[in-house]
Design a protein around this ligand. Sequence first.
Ligand SMILES: [Zn+2]
Ligand SMILES: [Zn+2]
Length: 230
Amino acid sequence: MEKVILLNLGFTKIYLLRTDSGYIQFDTGYKHNVKKYLRLLDDYNILPEEIKLIIINHAHFDHTGALKTIQKLTNAQVLVHENEKEFVAKGISQEVRPLTFLTKLMVPTMPKSWAQTDPVEPDIVIQDEYSLEDFGIKAKVIHTPGHTPGTVAVITEEGDALIGCSVHGFPLRLRRGIPAIAIDQELIWKSWERIIEEGAKNIYISHGKPFKVDFMKKKLRKRQSKKRKK
Ligand SMILES: [Zn+2]
Ligand SMILES: [Zn+2]
């Protein structure tokens, strides 16, 4: 049985990981996505209370907007990176720093009210990495900063990697690549290296379709050879 379940909420894609003791959820989507979320759970015959842990990729409102509501529905624990903790606990969004022409146009059109979410006190706050074995799966959460200071990724023993916004696809970028919104692009490349080192094979992102890790390897190689020519 597939371990990764995609819940396609539209702009944001969220994921469930099937474990021996229920499910781990990766992200929550916008505040206004909850009805669709529940419909999708129902399609898979999953009950909210089977979800034991919610991992937040990073504290932007398209990932945390529905957190409070979904936490109540599921009674799941909430895991965030140390650098995002304050934002989740206060119900505010991390800085959104657009880097491309498209996102520089897009970001200012977002309603200001979206930047505010209901505060949630996280149960688990991680630093460099965290094992998910206690939640019934051979997988770990690792720190992959760049999009925001506390962006994380989940990588299973089989190489399924939920990396959130460490790669952006459509509609944030016309062609898949490094995030179109990021506080530090240099850090992104380092995080890509780590994701590869940790054995990622199948990559699942928040905005865009899944793909194989070879895409990231190729991009990194290209960048390194460009750097050497300089
Ligand atoms: Zn984001
Ligand atoms: Zn996002």
